[in-house]
Design a binder for this molecule. Structure first.
Ligand SMILES: CC(C)(COP(=O)(O)OP(=O)(O)OC[C@H]1O[C@@H](n2cnc3c(N)ncnc32)[C@H](O)[C@@H]1OP(=O)(O)O)[C@@H](O)C(=O)NCCC(=O)NCCS
Length: 196
């Protein structure tokens, strides 16, 4: 199997936790993990991804990493992939698709976008905080980013607390109003952090 660059290794509750760049073979584990978070109604997208979509996402992630438009880290605990974080350049196609929405007007200036999710077994153990720091450091060194944006549901208190602690500040609402998430209308927020 092709070796992937390892960024950080540490211990958490007796488990060895590794942050590393992804390999193509990770797509299936990431799909299973993401779909189980969707089933748990976690504050991420509400649609399950298919194996074909997961393959496509992984291929484009690997291409973007190579072209230095994204950094992507996966979390491995004892050989199992249990999380992912990325900072990616916002594609122009996405920026101009819906120019009327306030969220997309913000995205127009948001060059880089951060995403993060962990399997429920890996949550609440301080791993998210370390993963955010690692992916931000990579983005700073590899992509030379100066400002990072992200979107978060207002009701996602754990994620908001994490982002706030990392230095992200609220820019305003994401979108014009509430968005339906698993049948419940919820507000989204846009947050940003400037890097020195
Ligand atoms: C959001 C997420 C990445 C946070 O990672 P995590 O490893 O669970 O969080 P950590 O254990 O590193 O805790 C980070 C901070 O969150 C806060 N936090 C932790 N558990 C919390 C809880 N149950 N309720 C509220 N805040 C909490 C604390 O402020 C904590 O900082 P502290 O340890 O200095 O007190 C992770 O829980 C996750 O993937 N959740 C599901 C998907 C998701 O919501 N992704 C984000 C989409 S915007």
């Amino acid at each position: 199997m092709k070796k992937a660059k390892v960024v950080k290794v540490f211990e958490s509750n007796g488990d060895v936790v590794t942050f590393r760049y992804p390999r193509y073979a990770d797509h299936e584990a990431l799909m299973v993990m993401r779909n189980s978070l969707v089933k748990q109604k976690a504050f991420i997208g509400q649609r399950k991804v298919t194996l074909n979509e997961a393959r496509g996402h992984m291929l484009s992630s690997l291409r973007n990493i190579k072209e230095k438009t994204s950094v992507v880290l996966v979390v491995e605990i004892d050989g199992r992939v249990v999380g992912k974080a990325s900072v990616s350049k916002v594609p122009k196609s996405r920026i101009y698709k819906e120019p009327k929405a306030s969220y997309h007007r913000r995205v127009r200036i948001a060059e880089y976008w951060l995403g993060i999710f962990l399997a429920s077994s890996a949550q609440g153990r301080g791993i998210g905080k370390k993963l955010m720091q690692a992916v931000i450091d990579e983005a700073k060194n590899v992509l030379k980013v100066r400002r990072i944006f992200l979107g978060v549901f207002a009701a996602n208190h754990r994620a908001r607390s994490l982002y706030h602690k990392m230095g992200f500040v609220q820019m305003g609402r994401k979108g014009k109003g509430k968005k339906k998430h698993h049948g419940v209308f919820r507000y989204g927020l846009c947050m940003a952090m400037s890097l020195q």
